[in-house]
Ligand binder design. Structure first.
Ligand SMILES: *Cc1c(COP(=O)(O)O)cnc(C)c1O
Length: 500
């Protein structure tokens, strides 16, 4: 049942499939492999000065209701209330911290101390509400392959949510000790964490194969289950991320750091392009943002793209100290490509087909002109470490490696452009999540210390309490110890669901 007044969603790769917001959230990916996009980006319906008086939850409602028009007020407010509660260690949810002339938007105050919590704390509620609205009777089974951060954030979000189950596969031996401990100590009857004897790519391919298994889909349906995805291409993850850019602007205005309508810049440490795309959507909604500064680590595919107009993933994959940005295919960039092609799905499809077959594509000159608001650059490992050290020494503020990549690129942008706009830097993880890299950057003497010793040391030098997310795992019991071969993944899923 589609209401004519609803904002609808369509695929970036064809014109055939038009769905409501709740259907797009349930499906995750369009049937043609494209991403769901709103047929038009809605406008903010409240003034900036009204926004400046709102709490995070109130801001979330006025932003998200424009995108999720088939949710009732009660449904959406209910989702927001359940998401942004005491799981966050501050009522502000996303505080702004001023240091060395920039405003760090701290997006890491949720359950797993990385910015993924901003969306993954609400996605389970959006999904279960969507299931109800569309008369889905099956339990939703979330299947995820993770290289570390997404798995834990998804587990924390879905744990104990009625009507859902979540299964996370991670490469045994291929994640950091803290990341592994965070996952295998996860509580909740509906959670299941499995190490596979293989690498992340094999975990990811295994999950994709399970999603594509039509026989299994039938068996699942008969047993009362259906799969869904918590991956960042789900519109249910993108929309909640628009909120904090609006909130940050409103806070700057409330604190009289800017005047109403003054343009700001945003700097985003980027991997899959979801976070920065949310900022772009915020601007399209009417938020006064001037430039989007896209920061990469040494996997600088996006820097090359913004400087040349050619996207080329044919290169070595580099392991860095900002692993959540070690990525060569930025999936969400497709939504921007579609938009700068003039919402032309056939042009977008042509480029994505080229990416699939040759690993690269080149955009047209007209499309390049649409990218004037974007600036891309990257930070080397050495620059990133140096910045963590110097910012700490000059201000006492300790930031994580991903945020440091953004800060380096911000400095490069300022030097290149002489632009003096007030600037918000998205701070995407707590330094406690990447303690070893952060402490090594500050002083080599920390190299010999154990993981939790380092945590206590960071708490001392940074004058910040150890986050609950870390305290919790210090002495927590391992609750998940299943390890399987790659070709046993389907069997493991069925065992967990009691289908064997
Ligand atoms: C996921 C992640 C990123 C990258 O965000 P995208 O939306 O994928 O661009 C950056 N920093 C941290 C800490 C992350 O977990």
């Amino acid at each position: 049942m589609v209401n004519v007044l609803d904002l609808l969603y369509k695929s970036t790769r064809s014109e055939d499939e038009v769905v409501t917001a709740s259907q797009a959230i349930l499906k995750g990916l369009a049937s043609d492999g494209g991403l769901f996009v709103p047929t038009a980006i809605p406008k903010l319906n409240v003034s900036l000065s009204e926004l400046s008086k709102m709490s995070y939850k109130e801001t979330a409602y006025v932003v998200m209701k424009e995108f999720l028009t088939d949710f009732t007020e009660e449904e959406l407010k209910n989702c927001i209330d359940k998401a942004y509660d005491e799981k966050f260690d501050t009522e502000e949810i996303a505080p702004l911290v001023k240091a060395e002339g920039a405003y760090y938007l701290e997006l890491f105050h949720g359950a797993t101390i990385a910015f993924k919590d901003m969306a993954l704390s609400i996605l389970p509620h959006l999904l279960t509400t969507s299931a109800k609205k569309n008369n889905v009777k099956n339990d939703i089974v979330i299947l995820t392959a993770t290289s570390g951060d997404t798995g834990k954030a998804a587990l924390a979000g879905f744990a104990s949510v009625p009507g859902t189950k979540i299964i996370v596969f991670y490469p045994k031996g291929g994640v950091s000790p803290i990341q592994e401990k965070q996952m295998v100590t996860q509580k909740g009857d509906n959670t299941f964490v499995v190490g596979i004897k293989g690498n992340f790519d094999q975990a990811q391919s295994g999950v994709k194969a399970i999603f594509g298994d039509k026989e299994l889909e039938k068996e699942m349906n008969a047993a009362g289950f259906q799969f869904s995805s918590a991956n960042s291409i789900n519109i249910g993850r993108l929309v909640p991320q628009v909120v904090y850019y609006v909130y940050a602007y409103a806070k700057l205005l409330a604190n009289e750091e800017i005047t109403e309508g003054e343009k700001i810049n945003v700097v985003v440490p980027t991997g899959n392009f979801g976070n920065i795309l949310a900022a772009y959507y915020a601007k399209n909604m009417g938020l006064p943002i001037d430039k989007f500064v896209c920061a990469s680590n040494e996997n600088k595919v996006l820097y090359d793209f913004f400087t040349t107009g050619t996207y080329d993933k044919n290169r070595d994959f580099i392991l860095t100290t900002s692993p959540s940005m070690d990525i060569l295919i930025s999936s969400n960039l497709e939504r921007l490509i579609y938009k700068i092609a003039g919402n032309d799905s056939s042009k977008n499809k042509e480029l994505m087909t080229s990416l699939n077959t040759t690993g690269s594509y080149e955009i047209t000159d007209d499309m390049k002109k649409e990218l004037v608001d974007f600036y891309g650059n990257y930070a080397s490992e050495e620059e990133t470490a140096k910045l963590i050290k110097s910012l700490y020494e000059e201000t006492g503020y300790v930031i994580d490696t991903h945020t440091a990549v953004a800060a380096v690129v911000y400095n490069k942008y300022k030097a290149d452009s002489k632009d003096e706009n007030k600037t918000v830097i998205a701070s995407t993880a707590s330094p406690f999540k990447f303690t070893r890299s952060v402490m090594n950057a500050i002083d080599e003497k920390y190299d010999s210390m154990g993981d939790f010793e380092l945590v206590d040391e960071l708490s001392k030098i940074g004058n910040v309490k150890v986050p609950n997310a870390i305290e919790e795992i210090r002495n927590a019991n391992v609750l998940h110890d299943t390890v399987c071969e790659v070709d046993e993944m389907t069997k493991v899923v069925k065992d967990f669901l009691g289908m064997n």
